[in-house]
Design a protein around this ligand. Structure first.
Ligand code: NAD
Ligand code: KPL
Length: 303
Protein backbone atom coordinates (compact mmCIF):
# COMPACT_ATOMS: atom_id res chain seq x y z
CA UNK A 1 0.00 0.00 0.00
CA UNK A 2 1.38 3.39 -1.01
CA UNK A 3 1.71 6.16 1.57
CA UNK A 4 0.71 9.46 0.04
CA UNK A 5 2.27 12.30 2.00
CA UNK A 6 0.88 15.80 1.71
CA UNK A 7 3.34 18.47 2.77
CA UNK A 8 7.06 18.21 2.04
CA UNK A 9 7.93 20.38 5.06
CA UNK A 10 9.71 19.33 8.23
CA UNK A 11 7.64 16.42 9.51
CA UNK A 12 6.43 15.31 6.08
CA UNK A 13 10.02 14.97 4.88
CA UNK A 14 11.09 13.22 8.06
CA UNK A 15 8.36 10.62 7.63
CA UNK A 16 8.73 10.29 3.86
CA UNK A 17 12.49 9.73 4.00
CA UNK A 18 12.32 7.09 6.74
CA UNK A 19 9.46 5.20 5.09
CA UNK A 20 11.17 5.31 1.68
CA UNK A 21 14.47 4.04 3.02
CA UNK A 22 12.63 1.11 4.64
CA UNK A 23 11.36 0.18 1.18
CA UNK A 24 7.78 1.34 1.78
CA UNK A 25 6.17 2.90 -1.35
CA UNK A 26 5.76 6.65 -0.83
CA UNK A 27 4.43 9.46 -3.04
CA UNK A 28 4.59 13.13 -2.18
CA UNK A 29 1.75 15.50 -2.94
CA UNK A 30 3.04 18.98 -3.68
CA UNK A 31 0.98 22.14 -3.80
CA UNK A 32 1.33 23.19 -7.45
CA UNK A 33 3.34 22.95 -10.70
CA UNK A 34 5.91 25.43 -9.40
CA UNK A 35 6.63 23.36 -6.27
CA UNK A 36 6.74 20.18 -8.33
CA UNK A 37 9.27 21.71 -10.74
CA UNK A 38 11.39 22.97 -7.81
CA UNK A 39 11.26 19.51 -6.24
CA UNK A 40 12.29 17.83 -9.46
CA UNK A 41 15.15 20.29 -9.87
CA UNK A 42 16.30 19.49 -6.30
CA UNK A 43 16.38 15.79 -7.22
CA UNK A 44 14.42 14.63 -4.18
CA UNK A 45 14.15 15.11 -0.43
CA UNK A 46 17.26 15.42 1.70
CA UNK A 47 17.20 14.31 5.33
CA UNK A 48 20.10 15.43 7.52
CA UNK A 49 20.79 13.35 10.60
CA UNK A 50 23.83 14.42 12.59
CA UNK A 51 26.55 15.04 10.03
CA UNK A 52 25.01 12.72 7.45
CA UNK A 53 22.81 13.92 4.61
CA UNK A 54 20.89 11.41 2.49
CA UNK A 55 18.79 12.16 -0.53
CA UNK A 56 15.64 10.24 -1.45
CA UNK A 57 14.20 10.60 -4.96
CA UNK A 58 10.64 9.98 -3.85
CA UNK A 59 8.07 10.32 -6.66
CA UNK A 60 5.86 13.39 -6.41
CA UNK A 61 2.54 14.47 -7.88
CA UNK A 62 -0.05 17.25 -7.73
CA UNK A 63 -3.27 17.13 -5.68
CA UNK A 64 -5.30 16.96 -8.94
CA UNK A 65 -3.67 13.68 -10.05
CA UNK A 66 -6.40 11.13 -10.74
CA UNK A 67 -5.15 8.00 -8.94
CA UNK A 68 -7.11 7.10 -5.78
CA UNK A 69 -5.52 7.43 -2.34
CA UNK A 70 -5.87 4.66 0.24
CA UNK A 71 -3.49 6.00 2.88
CA UNK A 72 -2.61 9.63 3.46
CA UNK A 73 -0.21 11.24 5.87
CA UNK A 74 -1.34 14.84 6.32
CA UNK A 75 1.82 16.72 7.26
CA UNK A 76 0.83 20.36 6.87
CA UNK A 77 0.18 22.97 9.56
CA UNK A 78 -3.12 22.86 11.41
CA UNK A 79 -4.40 25.99 9.61
CA UNK A 80 -3.86 24.37 6.18
CA UNK A 81 -5.32 20.94 6.99
CA UNK A 82 -8.97 21.42 6.12
CA UNK A 83 -8.31 23.10 2.75
CA UNK A 84 -5.64 20.56 1.84
CA UNK A 85 -8.01 17.68 2.49
CA UNK A 86 -10.91 19.35 0.68
CA UNK A 87 -8.76 19.43 -2.44
CA UNK A 88 -7.93 15.74 -2.12
CA UNK A 89 -11.37 14.51 -1.02
CA UNK A 90 -12.42 13.23 -4.48
CA UNK A 91 -9.32 11.01 -4.54
CA UNK A 92 -9.80 9.50 -1.08
CA UNK A 93 -11.13 5.97 -1.55
CA UNK A 94 -13.98 4.63 0.59
CA UNK A 95 -12.31 3.24 3.73
CA UNK A 96 -9.13 5.28 3.12
CA UNK A 97 -7.00 5.97 6.18
CA UNK A 98 -5.58 9.38 7.06
CA UNK A 99 -2.93 10.06 9.65
CA UNK A 100 -3.19 13.64 10.88
CA UNK A 101 0.08 15.01 12.24
CA UNK A 102 -1.18 18.46 13.25
CA UNK A 103 -0.39 19.94 16.63
CA UNK A 104 -3.13 21.27 18.91
CA UNK A 105 -6.80 20.45 18.52
CA UNK A 106 -9.61 21.47 16.22
CA UNK A 107 -8.11 20.85 12.81
CA UNK A 108 -8.34 17.06 13.19
CA UNK A 109 -12.03 17.17 14.04
CA UNK A 110 -12.69 19.56 11.14
CA UNK A 111 -10.92 17.20 8.73
CA UNK A 112 -12.69 14.08 10.07
CA UNK A 113 -16.07 15.77 9.73
CA UNK A 114 -15.46 16.41 6.06
CA UNK A 115 -14.66 12.77 5.36
CA UNK A 116 -17.42 10.33 6.27
CA UNK A 117 -16.49 6.75 5.35
CA UNK A 118 -12.76 7.36 5.80
CA UNK A 119 -10.77 6.62 8.94
CA UNK A 120 -8.96 9.56 10.54
CA UNK A 121 -6.15 8.73 12.94
CA UNK A 122 -4.78 11.51 15.11
CA UNK A 123 -1.11 11.81 16.07
CA UNK A 124 0.80 13.65 18.77
CA UNK A 125 4.53 13.88 18.24
CA UNK A 126 7.53 15.02 20.23
CA UNK A 127 9.93 14.52 17.32
CA UNK A 128 11.76 17.63 16.18
CA UNK A 129 12.67 18.60 12.63
CA UNK A 130 13.27 21.85 10.80
CA UNK A 131 13.79 22.95 7.21
CA UNK A 132 17.32 24.00 6.37
CA UNK A 133 16.44 24.78 2.77
CA UNK A 134 13.72 23.82 0.34
CA UNK A 135 13.29 20.02 0.45
CA UNK A 136 16.16 19.72 2.97
CA UNK A 137 15.22 18.84 6.51
CA UNK A 138 17.27 18.40 9.67
CA UNK A 139 16.17 15.71 12.12
CA UNK A 140 16.79 17.80 15.23
CA UNK A 141 15.37 15.78 18.07
CA UNK A 142 14.53 12.15 18.63
CA UNK A 143 11.09 11.82 20.06
CA UNK A 144 8.02 9.70 20.08
CA UNK A 145 4.72 9.72 18.22
CA UNK A 146 1.44 8.57 19.74
CA UNK A 147 -1.26 7.52 17.32
CA UNK A 148 -4.91 6.83 17.95
CA UNK A 149 -8.43 6.95 16.63
CA UNK A 150 -11.07 8.54 18.89
CA UNK A 151 -13.73 6.51 17.06
CA UNK A 152 -12.10 3.09 17.09
CA UNK A 153 -9.62 1.65 19.63
CA UNK A 154 -8.34 -1.01 17.17
CA UNK A 155 -4.77 -0.37 16.01
CA UNK A 156 -4.16 -0.67 12.25
CA UNK A 157 -1.88 -3.46 11.03
CA UNK A 158 0.45 -1.03 9.22
CA UNK A 159 1.99 0.13 12.50
CA UNK A 160 4.51 -2.61 11.70
CA UNK A 161 5.68 -0.51 8.77
CA UNK A 162 6.46 2.35 11.13
CA UNK A 163 8.39 -0.05 13.33
CA UNK A 164 10.33 -1.25 10.32
CA UNK A 165 11.04 2.37 9.28
CA UNK A 166 12.43 3.18 12.74
CA UNK A 167 9.66 5.66 13.56
CA UNK A 168 9.29 5.49 17.34
CA UNK A 169 5.58 5.25 18.04
CA UNK A 170 2.91 3.86 20.27
CA UNK A 171 -0.77 3.16 19.74
CA UNK A 172 -2.80 5.25 22.14
CA UNK A 173 -6.37 4.16 22.85
CA UNK A 174 -6.97 7.63 24.34
CA UNK A 175 -5.32 9.93 21.82
CA UNK A 176 -7.57 12.88 22.75
CA UNK A 177 -6.18 12.77 26.27
CA UNK A 178 -2.62 12.97 24.82
CA UNK A 179 -3.54 15.82 22.48
CA UNK A 180 -5.23 17.76 25.29
CA UNK A 181 -2.22 17.25 27.54
CA UNK A 182 0.18 18.48 24.86
CA UNK A 183 -2.12 21.41 24.11
CA UNK A 184 -2.12 22.37 27.81
CA UNK A 185 1.69 22.15 27.97
CA UNK A 186 1.99 24.28 24.85
CA UNK A 187 -0.50 26.85 26.26
CA UNK A 188 1.41 27.11 29.54
CA UNK A 189 4.80 27.56 27.88
CA UNK A 190 4.71 28.82 24.30
CA UNK A 191 2.75 32.10 24.58
CA UNK A 192 4.83 33.26 27.56
CA UNK A 193 8.07 32.59 25.67
CA UNK A 194 6.74 34.76 22.85
CA UNK A 195 5.63 37.57 25.16
CA UNK A 196 8.87 37.59 27.16
CA UNK A 197 10.97 36.92 24.06
CA UNK A 198 12.78 34.17 25.95
CA UNK A 199 13.90 30.55 25.91
CA UNK A 200 11.76 27.94 27.66
CA UNK A 201 14.15 27.82 30.63
CA UNK A 202 13.77 31.55 31.29
CA UNK A 203 10.17 30.92 32.37
CA UNK A 204 11.69 29.82 35.68
CA UNK A 205 11.78 33.57 36.38
CA UNK A 206 7.97 33.71 36.15
CA UNK A 207 6.87 30.91 38.51
CA UNK A 208 3.64 32.52 39.73
CA UNK A 209 2.38 33.19 36.20
CA UNK A 210 3.15 29.64 35.09
CA UNK A 211 1.46 28.20 38.20
CA UNK A 212 -1.69 30.29 37.70
CA UNK A 213 -1.96 29.26 34.05
CA UNK A 214 -1.51 25.59 34.96
CA UNK A 215 -4.27 25.86 37.57
CA UNK A 216 -6.66 27.36 35.01
CA UNK A 217 -5.68 24.86 32.33
CA UNK A 218 -6.24 21.98 34.78
CA UNK A 219 -9.70 23.34 35.54
CA UNK A 220 -10.43 23.50 31.82
CA UNK A 221 -9.24 19.94 31.21
CA UNK A 222 -11.47 18.66 34.05
CA UNK A 223 -14.46 20.53 32.66
CA UNK A 224 -13.80 19.18 29.15
CA UNK A 225 -13.94 15.61 30.47
CA UNK A 226 -10.14 15.14 30.38
CA UNK A 227 -9.20 14.65 34.06
CA UNK A 228 -6.26 12.37 33.19
CA UNK A 229 -4.76 15.13 31.03
CA UNK A 230 -4.92 17.46 34.06
CA UNK A 231 -3.02 15.08 36.33
CA UNK A 232 0.08 16.82 37.75
CA UNK A 233 0.05 19.28 34.86
CA UNK A 234 2.00 21.93 36.74
CA UNK A 235 4.76 19.44 37.67
CA UNK A 236 5.08 18.32 34.08
CA UNK A 237 5.18 21.89 32.77
CA UNK A 238 8.02 22.66 35.20
CA UNK A 239 9.78 19.47 34.13
CA UNK A 240 9.49 20.40 30.42
CA UNK A 241 10.70 23.94 31.12
CA UNK A 242 13.85 22.47 32.70
CA UNK A 243 14.32 19.68 30.14
CA UNK A 244 14.02 22.12 27.21
CA UNK A 245 15.58 25.10 29.00
CA UNK A 246 17.94 26.01 26.15
CA UNK A 247 15.26 25.77 23.42
CA UNK A 248 13.00 28.36 21.93
CA UNK A 249 9.42 27.08 21.80
CA UNK A 250 7.90 26.36 18.38
CA UNK A 251 5.64 29.41 18.69
CA UNK A 252 8.58 31.62 19.60
CA UNK A 253 10.40 30.35 16.50
CA UNK A 254 7.36 31.01 14.30
CA UNK A 255 7.00 34.60 15.54
CA UNK A 256 10.75 35.28 15.40
CA UNK A 257 10.77 34.16 11.77
CA UNK A 258 7.65 36.12 10.87
CA UNK A 259 5.62 32.96 10.24
CA UNK A 260 1.97 32.37 10.96
CA UNK A 261 1.44 30.60 14.31
CA UNK A 262 -0.98 27.79 15.16
CA UNK A 263 -2.58 29.94 17.91
CA UNK A 264 -6.15 29.06 16.85
CA UNK A 265 -5.48 25.38 17.51
CA UNK A 266 -3.66 25.92 20.83
CA UNK A 267 -4.55 28.87 23.07
CA UNK A 268 -7.47 29.83 20.81
CA UNK A 269 -8.91 26.32 21.09
CA UNK A 270 -8.48 26.33 24.88
CA UNK A 271 -10.18 29.73 25.27
CA UNK A 272 -13.04 28.75 22.95
CA UNK A 273 -13.56 25.52 24.94
CA UNK A 274 -13.66 27.52 28.19
CA UNK A 275 -16.27 29.82 26.72
CA UNK A 276 -18.37 26.87 25.52
CA UNK A 277 -18.34 25.51 29.07
CA UNK A 278 -19.09 28.92 30.64
CA UNK A 279 -15.82 28.69 32.48
CA UNK A 280 -14.25 31.96 33.58
CA UNK A 281 -10.46 31.65 33.18
CA UNK A 282 -9.23 35.26 33.42
CA UNK A 283 -5.50 34.60 33.16
CA UNK A 284 -5.81 32.34 30.14
CA UNK A 285 -8.09 34.87 28.46
CA UNK A 286 -5.70 37.72 29.27
CA UNK A 287 -2.81 35.66 27.88
CA UNK A 288 -4.72 35.23 24.63
CA UNK A 289 -5.38 38.97 24.38
CA UNK A 290 -1.71 39.78 25.04
CA UNK A 291 -0.59 37.26 22.45
CA UNK A 292 -3.03 38.57 19.85
CA UNK A 293 -1.82 42.14 20.51
CA UNK A 294 1.75 40.96 20.11
CA UNK A 295 0.98 39.29 16.76
CA UNK A 296 -1.02 42.32 15.57
CA UNK A 297 1.88 44.66 16.36
CA UNK A 298 4.13 42.51 14.20
CA UNK A 299 1.67 42.25 11.34
CA UNK A 300 1.26 38.50 11.81
CA UNK A 301 -2.03 36.66 11.23
CA UNK A 302 -4.27 36.43 14.31
CA UNK A 303 -5.63 33.01 13.35
P1 NAD B 1 6.08 22.79 7.70
O1 NAD B 1 5.55 24.18 7.51
O2 NAD B 1 7.54 22.57 7.78
O3 NAD B 1 5.51 21.86 6.54
C1 NAD B 1 4.20 21.92 6.08
C2 NAD B 1 4.24 21.72 4.58
O4 NAD B 1 2.90 21.52 4.12
C3 NAD B 1 4.80 22.92 3.81
O5 NAD B 1 5.80 22.48 2.93
C4 NAD B 1 3.59 23.45 3.04
O6 NAD B 1 3.95 24.04 1.80
C5 NAD B 1 2.81 22.15 2.85
N1 NAD B 1 1.39 22.37 2.49
C6 NAD B 1 0.46 23.11 3.13
N2 NAD B 1 -0.71 23.06 2.47
C7 NAD B 1 -0.51 22.26 1.40
C8 NAD B 1 -1.35 21.83 0.33
N3 NAD B 1 -2.63 22.20 0.23
N4 NAD B 1 -0.81 20.99 -0.60
C9 NAD B 1 0.49 20.62 -0.52
N5 NAD B 1 1.31 20.99 0.45
C10 NAD B 1 0.83 21.82 1.42
O7 NAD B 1 5.34 22.25 9.02
P2 NAD B 1 5.88 21.14 10.04
O8 NAD B 1 6.87 21.77 10.97
O9 NAD B 1 6.23 19.90 9.33
O10 NAD B 1 4.57 20.92 10.92
C11 NAD B 1 3.45 20.15 10.50
C12 NAD B 1 2.59 19.90 11.74
O11 NAD B 1 3.34 19.08 12.65
C13 NAD B 1 2.27 21.19 12.51
O12 NAD B 1 0.98 21.13 13.04
C14 NAD B 1 3.30 21.20 13.63
O13 NAD B 1 2.88 21.91 14.78
C15 NAD B 1 3.42 19.72 13.92
N6 NAD B 1 4.70 19.35 14.55
C16 NAD B 1 5.89 19.75 13.98
C17 NAD B 1 7.07 19.36 14.59
C18 NAD B 1 8.41 19.76 13.99
O14 NAD B 1 9.43 19.47 14.62
N7 NAD B 1 8.47 20.36 12.84
C19 NAD B 1 7.05 18.58 15.76
C20 NAD B 1 5.82 18.20 16.29
C21 NAD B 1 4.64 18.59 15.68
O1 KPL C 1 6.12 21.35 22.26
C1 KPL C 1 6.76 22.31 22.59
C2 KPL C 1 6.83 23.43 21.61
O2 KPL C 1 7.79 24.21 21.63
O3 KPL C 1 5.91 23.51 20.78
C3 KPL C 1 7.39 22.38 23.95
C4 KPL C 1 8.87 22.17 23.85
C5 KPL C 1 6.83 21.29 24.82
C6 KPL C 1 7.11 23.68 24.63
O4 KPL C 1 5.74 23.84 24.84
Amino acid sequence: MTWHILGAGSLGTLWAARLARAGVPVRLILRNHERLAAYQAAGGLTLIEGDQASQYAIPAELPQTKAPIQRLLLACKAYDAENAVAELAPRLAEGAELLLLQNGLGSQQAVAQRLPGRRCLFASSTEGAFRQADFQVVFAGNGHTWLGDPENPQAPLWLEELQHAGIAHQWSPDILMRLWRKLALNCAINPLTVLYGCRNGDLREHPAEVATLCAELSELLQRCGQPAAADNLHDEVLRVIVATAANYSSMHQDVAQGRRTEITYLLGYACAAAQRHDLHLPHLHHLQQRLLDHLRERGLPLN
